[in-house]
Design a protein around this ligand. Structure first.
Ligand code: AMP
Length: 249
């Protein structure tokens, strides 16, 4: 089995995100960037499938600026075999990402594309679903367990009130949920080895993909700051405030 794992470079989840003063987006200069956490889970699952002898090759793909090479190298240090960077400085929307991945799937013919369920910057939760529609492949979103079967994969998903298990034929698209696994830390020797692994770079134009945006961000704002609380001296004052000031009773 050949697995394609798309990984996105996003603001590190530990960083407190700051909105730019002109409200056009969030501050990215001098901010620590890392692999999207759900993509780390996708790489880890692909590596586990390889360790079980189910997968033969893992290709780690990223779409974005030149610095995405670092994100791909992290995936290679975790156990990916080779990387592909589709380099662009433009902000690519999920549909554009899905179209680029479609072109790469046609070139690479993987049996499985395993993506994060969501990127923590845009909170889109769209790319995997769009890719599966463009490919006409089966999909299982929000996977919390993946098992190889004789005919394909059984994927367990967390749904309201329980678990749902789907049987999928290969090739298919799977997106990862938080509880699928705990990604490994890349060891220093593996980080060194990853530097030697092949990493191809190409431009979206070479794949004949139109990534022009379909939406415009009008404004980005910080959430409203919460007012500090006050102490009341008795129940009567509390009831008075709830009735006359908060108007909730
Ligand atoms: P989203 O639909 O933006 O929430 O992203 C869901 C998943 O799609 C991510 O976890 C990645 O696996 C993949 N993805 C989204 N954007 C990119 C990108 N620029 N490069 C590589 N993979 C991406």
């Amino acid at each position: 089995m050949k697995i394609l794992v798309p990984v996105k470079r996003v603001v590190d989840f530990n960083v407190k995100v700051r909105v730019k003063s002109d409200h056009t987006g969030v501050e990215l200069s001098n901010v620590k960037m890392s692999m999207n956490p759900f993509c780390e889970i996708a790489v880890e699952e692909a590596v586990r499938l390889k360790e079980k002898g189910v997968a033969k090759e893992i290709i780690v793909v990223s779409i974005g600026p030149a610095q995405c090479q670092e994100t791909i190298r992290t995936g290679l240090a975790m156990g990916g075999d080779r990387g592909i960077l589709v380099q662009t400085d433009a902000a690519v929307e999920p549909l554009g990402v899905a179209k680029i991945l479609l072109a790469l799937v046609k070139k690479e013919t993987p049996d499985l594309v395993i993506l994060g369920k969501q990127s923590i910057d845009g909170d889109n939760n769209q790319t995997g679903q769009m890719l599966s529609a463009l490919l006409g492949w089966g999909q299982a979103t929000f996977a919390s367990k993946i098992e190889k079967t004789d005919t394909g994969l059984n994927v367990t998903r967390e749904v309201d009130g329980g678990l749902e298990t789907l049987a999928l034929k290969l090739p298919c698209v799977v997106t990862t949920d938080l509880r699928l696994n705990e990604p490994r830390y890349a060891s220093l020797p593996n980080i060194m080895k990853a530097k030697q692994k092949p990493l191809a770079t190409m431009k979206p134009e070479e794949l004949s993909v139109d990534i022009s945006p379909r939406t415009v961000t009008l404004k980005v704002t910080e959430p409203a700051t919460r007012k500090s609380g006050i102490k009341v001296k008795d129940v009567a004052e509390l009831v008075g405030k709830l009735k006359n000031e908060a108007k909730v009773i």
